[in-house]
Design a protein. Structure first.
Length: 272
């Protein structure tokens, strides 16, 4: 049960991360939000390394290209979902995300040559049908094609991250995972963020820093899940993200239309 429980925990953390990012999307550029996320992750890694001697050792990897590919896909996933959820409600954006289990099973079979049982395909199909049934009565479908395209890009990048997590499962150490996920991403995003920088006001500093905590915990839980279980075991559980998405939508925006301009209504609320 370790792998499934870690995956469910990771999906919950990602839902909190997405809700927090959605709140920040109206004021800050994606490059700034992501750069600060990775800066916080690296700062935490250095702090823990200083507190526990020897933790910073052994950061070298036997698979630098796979690590860089994972870092690239993580930036792609974060960018895609950030830009998609800027205009889409969480639950509606997650409907696009629920193509990930099918992509995941196909990528595991083609790239890693891992056997995928027919039952996994069956349960993924049942789960996707349940999601459609749950969302259909209130699905607004009013998002732009661009928003759905960003969500699809984020979904594909997320599926590739999971495949790479599985391919790198023999590399020990969470410090290595954080370093190789964050340092290359920060190096690429920092100049872009400097150009688009908006000085955070008040509590926004805390919200931006919290993104790093949520992302770090979710990344570690996700990578750990795929060290303990196969795609066939975990892919159908991806649909549990809908529960987290709905809870986050209700907790942050409530069951009714949120007040104020520029804040979209929740997917279950009636027009007007």
């Amino acid at each position: 049960m370790r792998g499934p429980l870690l995956l469910i925990a990771a999906l919950g953390l990602f839902a909190v991360l997405d809700a927090n990012s959605k709140l920040l999307a109206g004021q800050y550029h994606v490059s700034q939000v992501l750069a600060l996320r990775y800066a916080v992750l690296l700062g935490l890694l250095l702090g823990v390394s200083a507190a526990r001697q020897g933790l910073g050792a052994g950061m070298r990897t036997r698979h630098p290209w796979l690590q860089l590919a994972r870092a690239t896909c993580m930036v792609g996933s974060g960018t895609g979902f950030f830009l998609a959820l800027r205009t889409l409600p969480l639950a509606e954006g997650y409907l696009v995300y629920f193509t990930a289990p099918f992509l995941l099973l196909a990528l595991f079979r083609v790239l890693l040559h891992e056997p995928v049982p027919r039952s996994a395909w069956l349960w993924c199909t049942v789960g996707f049908g349940g999601v459609l049934l749950a969302l259909w009565p209130g699905l607004s479908g009013g998002g732009s094609w661009g928003a759905y395209a960003w969500a699809l890009m984020g979904t594909l990048a997320h599926a590739l991250v999971l495949v790479l997590n599985r391919a790198l499962r023999d590399e020990p150490g969470m410090g290595r995972l954080i370093l190789w996920s964050s340092a290359p991403a920060l190096a690429v995003l920092a100049p872009w963020a400097a150009v688009e920088w908006v000085h955070p006001a008040g509590w926004d500093w805390l919200a931006l820093a919290a993104n790093g905590l949520f992302a770090g915990a979710a990344t570690i839980a996700l990578a750990s899940a795929f060290r303990h279980a196969s795609a066939g075991q975990l892919a159908p559980l991806e649909f549990s993200a809908l529960v987290w998405a709905v809870l986050a939508d209700v907790a942050v925006w409530g069951p009714g239309p949120p007040p104020g301009p520029g804040r979209e209504r929740s997917w279950w609320s009636s027009p007007g």
